[in-house]
Design a protein around this ligand. Structure first.
Ligand code: HEM
Length: 602
């Protein structure tokens, strides 16, 4: 099947039915022998069309994305040429804020970003539990444990979702004149989604947790960088053939893993970093439910990495004092860290799984998913940021100047480098603007929600149980929102999200200009981390990780001779673009490697 045949965008139902009527009329008139049959053949579809169109108009349903072969074409294109599918969806959504789309057995609503998505999809009644469950299943959670998650329909919020089992129980109790607590009658010990969400909130989103993560990551990343750049002094400290993406994959994966799981995971598993990236390539096909026998390399990569996480979990479990853990204040001390399980997040996740009675075979899958969330987006995003800086010496100079203002005081004795204040780094306007540009251009994902109640989107009523998807690309590449006279939305423009502000020195009274970061009026079209209660819980640790790693690379190294390489290692005459294999897989990997020579200067 040629997927490029699908040039049509929106199908107007009457033209489809007209086509059917024309075909049937032609067949009937050809025989001419039976007027009654002809009448029947013509009128029956007309009656059907009348009801179909009427029903459509009554329900005020959005138009449908065209499909050459119903149930097949869209799905085929999605699987074989996702780039083209998303482009068609974007074109259609430029015309209409919401469209219906059949993707194989799924009947979806695609929603344009901007206020339409944020005001409807990101409300508490829309959730992503079925999609998270699917990912958990594809990671290898045991069926009995998946069932525990499936049974709990109360959601992640403090108050159980309307219409859920707990809400129904609470209504029954209230009817019988009983007392109903704030959480309904379903005990907190049964609310597995809520417990996970609380853990994420405390150990990833909160300020204390972010500070703890940033401090340790910086320390471990520094050690990794030093190890990666040790060189013989005879060549003046220069190291040739440094591959930026590959180096960041190795150093950041090791540092963020040590920060989160502690050192044991890497100590007991030689080849851990390579095994992670082999698995990462396949997560999407695994989640899509491609049968194992058709997806052997993916299944093998998952098995290898799961085995490593399982091995680490078993040794951590054997060394850890679980009795003491009974009083372990994971939520109250989200920045606590110890060398066996590592962070409060990792300990808390182990406690969550044990507390809900998860089997031993689910422990590897629990942690492979945590590591996927931790590394799969942050590292490509940091790579794009560093690549943009190396590509443009003028921009690099401006960013280095900015970064210098966030450097911690040097060592009193020997003047050695002590790192960065991650909060100051995170507030730098130009660096924030570049980060936003990188997320806007390189993060593509279909944010998916199931609505537990009927909701209104752009004037249409979307029935209960419907699936809604908002492709980030539609909002992120919207010319009307992002373009300037010189810089279309499709282009990287480092200064797109800063404006110059005139300021006056309070002491001298001297006027000058300074940059200020702003997304004002455009934030609804920018949602690389999703939104609402299902929003990425790692967003607050992703930022210091990316900023610290990028700052340390560009300010501590002198970097020369950038050369782009194709995947086969030969020289490329163009810079990296998004790897099409990662279309819609959150952060895209670069399809070209950047080779440089560098030496550590401080
Ligand atoms: C630049 C980096 C990152 C990007 C662009 C990103 C993006 C996303 C997106 C788009 C979602 C789905 C949100 C939704 O449906 O509304 C998500 C979910 C998630 N992310 Fe991130 N993420 C990043 C970093 C991280 C980090 C560092 C972690 C840390 C472990 C993490 C952990 C998670 C988890 C656990 C979920 C699922 C949440 C749930 O159960 O509902 N992410 N992320």
């Amino acid at each position: 099947m040629n997927s490029t045949h699908q040039t049509g965008v929106l199908s107007a139902p009457p033209s489809h039915t007209q086509l059917i009527i024309e075909k049937m009329t032609a067949v009937a008139t050809a025989s001419q022998s039976n007027l009654a049959l002809t009448t029947l053949l013509v009128t029956l579809p007309l009656v059907a069309v009348f009801f179909f169109v009427k029903q459509d108009r009554d329900a005020k349903r959005p138009p449908r994305l065209d499909e050459t072969i119903p149930f097949v074409s869209n799905l085929w294109q999605f699987l074989t040429n996702k780039r083209l599918f998303i482009t068609r969806a974007r074109t259609a959504l430029a015309l209409h804020p919401i469209i219906r789309c059949r993707l194989g057995p799924l009947d979806l609503y695609l929603v344009r970003g901007g206020p339409h998505a944020t005001s409807s999809m990101f409300r508490a009644t829309c959730h992503s539990d079925p999609w998270i469950l699917r990912i958990m299943q594809s990671a290898g959670y045991a069926p009995a444990d998946l069932e525990k998650l499936r049974r709990d329909d109360t959601g992640s919020g403090t108050v159980p979702r309307t219409g859920s089992v707990a809400a129904a129980k609470a209504a029954k109790v209230a009817l019988a004149g009983g007392e109903v607590g704030g959480n309904g009658t379903m005990g907190l010990d049964e609310r597995v989604w809520y417990a996970l969400h609380r853990l994420y909130d405390a150990t990833m989103v909160g300020t204390k947790a972010v500070d703890g993560f940033a401090g340790l990551f910086q320390q471990f990343f520094d050690e990794e960088l030093i190890a990666a750049s040790s060189s013989s002094p005879s060549n003046g400290g220069w190291i040739s053939n440094v591959h930026i993406y590959d180096t960041l994959k190795r150093t950041m994966t090791a540092a963020a893993t040590r920060t989160t799981l502690g050192p044991l995971a890497l100590d007991v598993n030689p080849g851990f970093v390579d095994a992670f990236w082999s698995y990462e390539k396949h997560v999407e096909t695994l989640a899509f439910g491609v049968p194992d026998w058709l997806n052997r390399p993916a299944v093998q990569a998952r098995a290898k990495f799961t085995e490593m996480c399982q091995r680490w979990y078993e040794s951590a479990d054997a060394q850890f004092d679980w009795d003491a853990a009974e009083t372990d204040p994971v939520l109250a001390e989200p920045d606590s860290w110890e060398p066996v399980f590592g962070s409060a997040l990792s300990r808390g996740l182990a406690k969550w799984a044990r507390g809900f009675g998860f089997g031993a075979e689910s422990m590897g899958p629990v942690f492979i998913l945590l590591l996927f969330g931790l590394h799969a987006n942050t590292i490509p995003v940091c790579t794009w940021l560093v690549m943009e800086l190396i590509k443009d010496p003028e921009l690099l100079r401006a960013v280095k100047e900015e970064i210098a203002t966030a450097e911690l005081p040097r060592d009193d004795q020997d003047g050695s480098f002590k790192g960065y204040d991650h909060r100051k780094l995170a507030a730098l306007p130009l660096l924030q603007s570049i980060y936003t540009e990188v997320l806007r251009l390189h993060v593509g994902v279909l944010i998916t929600r199931t609505c537990a109640e009927p909701i209104k989107v752009a004037g249409y009523t979307v029935p209960k149980g419907s699936i809604l998807q908002a492709p980030t690309e539609v909002g992120h590449l919207d010319e009307a929102v992002w373009s300037t006279a010189e810089h279309p939305a499709s282009e990287f423009w480092a200064y797109r999200h800063v404006k110059e502000k005139r300021v006056k020195d309070e002491v001298t009274g001297q006027a000058s200009t300074k940059l200020e970061f702003s997304l004002a009026g455009r934030s609804a079209s920018f949602f690389p981390f999703g939104g609402g209660i299902g929003m990425c819980p790692g967003r607050n640790i992703a930022k210091p990780e990316v900023f610290l790693a990028a700052a340390m690379v560009v300010s501590r190294f002198e970097i020369e001779e950038p050369t782009w390489l194709k995947p086969d290692g030969s020289v490329s005459d163009r810079a990296a673009q998004n790897d099409v294999n990662y279309a819609n897989s959150v952060a895209a990997a670069p399809d070209r490697e950047l080779k440089v020579r560098w030496r550590m200067v401080r």
